[in-house]
Structures are given as C-alpha cells and as structure tokens.
Design a protein around this ligand. Structure first.
Ligand code: FRU
Length: 464
C-alpha cells in the first residue's frame, strides 16, 4: 500500500470506529456539514460539477485539533442531504506532508481540478507550494504536484489558491504575507491552467496575513473576500481574534489597479471565517463558511469529549445592494420546514415557548420600530435597541468568566430569520444585510425561547 492509501485507510478507520459516537452527540448538527470525526475547518473546492454540488473541507481525522490536514469530501443534489465521498487528498507527498491546505476547484476538459496549498515544515521552517490534483469521476483524485512556488518578496505564508475563469483566461488569487510581514493578496493568470504567470499584488494595507482570498463580481462590482489576521478590536468592530470581510470596487487587470472601498466585515457573529464562494448553474453566487475562528476558544468546545469540533455554515446566496453584500439562506433550505409550530402576532408582550426543537427556523417580521429581545434556550440573547440602534448578540463565555457580546448597527429592524441546528445559529437581519453566525452550546434539554417584539412570528421545526 502506498503512503497515500495508508493514510486514507487510517482516516477511514477512525470514522468507522468513532463516527457513531460523534453522531450521537446532542450538539451534532442535522443539516450542516460537520466532521465525521475529528476537526473540520475551511470549506474548500466548493463547486457545482455536472449538476452535483461538491464540497471539500479541511479535515483532521485523528484528533479534535489541528494538524496535517486532509481534504474530506461530500456531495449533494439539493444542498440539504450531503453524501460522504471518498477522502479526496491526504498529506502523503513531500510537497504537502504537513497538510493539504485550503484551495479551490475548477472544471476543465471534463475533469475536476483541485488547486490547494502543500504545507511543508522541516525543522520548523515553513515551505508552501501551490499544487494540483485532478479527477475524471469527481471521486478519485490524482496529484500532479507543485504548480507554483512562492515568488520573490513574499514569505512562506503563501496559501489558499482560489481559481476561476473569465472568458478564455484563468485567474488565481493567493493569500500572502510580504517580506515586511504585511498581509496581502496576489494573483496569477494562465491560458491553459498549466503555466501560471505572476500578476503581482492585488491588495494589501493592514494586518500581518490575509488568508483564504476569493474574487468574484456581484451586479458588476468586483469583490475581494478574504480573512485578514492581525486587526485589533476597535469599538464594535473586529471583535473576533481574526476577521472575515471584503473590499468592493473595480479591478483593472490591464493596469493591475484595484480601486476599492474600505474593508467591510461580512459577519458579526462569534464564529465565522474562511468562506468560499462558487457560482452554480442558476447563476447564483453561493457562499459557505467555516463556523469557527483559528485560535479562538476551540479547546473549550464541549464536543471535543465526543471526538469532534467545528462545523460549516449553511450555503447562502449573495447579492449586492447599496454597497453591501447581502447574505440569504439558499432557497432549497425551505424544504426543511416540516412542521409549523407557531404562527403568532406579537404586540410587544413577552411570550415564552417551551418546546422549540433544536433544529428549527424562526422568522420575525417586524411591524413597528420597537425594541426587540429574544432569548434562545436561556443561553444566547439577541437585543435591538431603537435608541442606540445597536443589534447585540450576547452569550456566556465558554470559560465561565461572564458574558461576551458582538454588536452591529441598524437604523431599524424589518425582519429576522434564525436557523438553529443543535449547536449553531445563523441570524439573518434586514434581508441579509446583517448576519450573526455563532455556535451555541446551550443545555441540550433546554427548549425555551422567549421573545418580546412587535411583529409576526413563525417557528418551524426542521427535519430532513
Ligand atoms: C484558514 C487556514 C488556511 C489554511 C488552512 C489550514 O483557517 O489557516 O489559511 O490553508 O486553514 O488548515
């Protein structure tokens, strides 16, 4: 058996041995992608290929912690039911032995191509290689090795290639750190996906490293989405250890000038990082993110004792309006609405429901501009104050030392949609203008929801 086969077998054995314990965990999600065992981080290779959605992910099968990453793989026809596929990549070669790090997928000549970063560490000295693997059937991948080395002027923090096609050319953005240890994104282009030309720097300006870049257009505006590291918290902004956001503008590839607006955070929740997008055959720009943040609280997650940690977000459709990206759950997720549990008119009186399932959707259409208070499972709280315009998310800290909060600002609230899945919540406010993505480790037997608002409330139980 080759080392590659051995590693993949060892990983599958872990799933076979420990997978059932993982799935029995009361915090394990119903309709989100989560690791079959071990740790999941970034979504990778997100693509609709021959009509089927494929999603790969950074995966550590041997422990609920980081290490030499594999690429796990799931596929779906409807973005609700995900099928386990054979492990796509294992860290088995000299150029990726310390991790098949993040990357993306593209379809070319009927083959599915994966571009990823080979992470190598020898005597604690890092090397990074942008590598390629190909598949004819979308299940079995053959590694073709190193395609791009780190260009002069950059350190080995050079990773996470995102590839796309525009007319008859291919482009790639890569997250990079300059020799001055500043975060940036660089780009390459190619005519044939074989020979890549270095195009230079696309953007820089703050932080010490920019991870997981993605580049796409929404309604004619160019968006560079990335996860910068090294931004300090400032007022209500940048409150997670590392952030995710975008700069929007116009990139002139001829002059290599990207004129853009200020950096905007994409999500205001406690756990959101390294999202990736793709365009599907309906022309939708679809995003999935990691519901985690590197170096943030992970060792305190209660799921670790059952052998797994982290999950991904639901797929979301992106649009662009008034200079802001809007995010909405993909339409398909409405199929999860199995039973309408409540449909109520609220008139600022406080109501308490004691039987809210841990897989549920809550929708509140707000009829009057009044304060809103929602308490989920006596654990997480969402408050809107009409005088400060603050939308506040509060939860107990995992280390037991009090409460933590995240804040966004809204002139007024018009609607709130919450998707709950055992240990996660995704809150979409004002048609997806403000989003809070967070893990929620409430007592599994607590099903209490308290709401005070003026509007129309609907609660569905979600089931597959
Ligand atoms: C982001 C990241 C990427 C890297 C991967 C390794 O979470 O650090 O930059 O490729 O995770 O798992």
């Amino acid at each position: 058996m080759s080392l590659d086969q051995q590693l993949k077998k060892k990983a599958s054995d872990q799933v076979n041995e420990k997978g059932s314990i993982v799935k029995k965990d009361p915090f394990y999600p119903l309709y989100h992608i989560a690791p079959p065992v071990g740790l999941i981080n970034d979504p990778n290779g997100w693509i609709q290929w021959n009509g089927t959605y494929h999603l790969f992910y950074q995966w550590m099968p041997f422990k609920a912690g980081h290490g030499a990453k594999f690429w796990g793989h799931v596929s779906s026809e409807d973005m609700i039911n995900w099928k386990e596929e054979p492990i796509a990549l294992a860290p088995s070669d000299w150029f990726d032995k310390d991790g098949c790090y993040s990357g993306s997928a593209i379809s070319f000549n009927e083959e599915l191509l994966l571009y990823y970063t080979g992470n190598v560490k020898n005597n604690n000295i890092r090397e990074a290689y942008q590598c390629l693997a190909v598949s004819k059937d979308g299940r079995n991948f053959e590694k073709l090795g190193v395609q791009i080395e780190v260009p002069g002027g950059y350190t080995a923090h050079f990773r996470d290639p995102k590839v796309w096609q525009e007319h008859d050319r291919y482009y790639m953005v890569v997250g990079a750190q300059t020799e001055k240890e500043e975060g940036s994104v660089v780009w390459f282009s190619s005519e044939d996906l074989k020979k890549w030309q270095f195009g230079g720097m696309l953007a820089d300006g703050f932080g010490y490293m920019w991870e997981c870049p993605d580049f796409f257009s929404l309604n004619g505006t160019d968006i560079l989405l990335f996860s910068p590291q090294g931004l300090s918290a400032s007022g209500i902004d940048y409150r997670n250890i590392h952030q995710t956001g975008y700069i929007a503008g116009k990139w002139n590839k001829g002059t290599n000038q990207f004129l853009h607006e200020e950096f905007v955070e994409l999500d205001h929740g406690f756990e959101f990082y390294a999202p990736q997008t793709t365009m599907d055959d309906q022309g939708r720009r679809l995003l999935i993110g990691w519901m985690g943040v590197p170096d943030q609280d992970e060792q305190l997650h209660p799921t670790i004792e059952n052998g797994w940690v982290h999950q991904l977000t639901i797929p979301r459709e992106l649009t662009y309006k008034n200079g802001r990206i809007l995010q909405k759950p993909v339409e398909e997720l409405k199929q999860l609405r199995k039973q309408q549990k409540y449909h109520l008119e609220l008139n600022t009186q406080k109501i308490i429901m004691k039987d809210i399932p841990k897989a549920s959707e809550i929708k509140l259409d707000i009829q009057a501009n009044e304060n809103v208070k929602i308490d989920f499972f006596e654990h997480l709280k969402l408050h809107f104050d009409t005088s400060t315009h603050y939308v506040q998310l509060l939860r107990p800290k995992l280390d037991g030392t009090g409460t933590e909060e995240r804040v966004a600002v809204a002139e007024q609230l018009t609607d709130i949609q919450c998707l709950i899945d055992h240990s996660s919540i995704e809150i979409f406010i004002n048609d997806g203008e403000i989003v809070f993505t967070s893990r929620i480790f409430a007592e599994p037997s607590n099903n209490k929801l308290t709401i005070q608002a003026n509007g129309e409330l609907t609660v569905w139980e979600l089931a597959k």
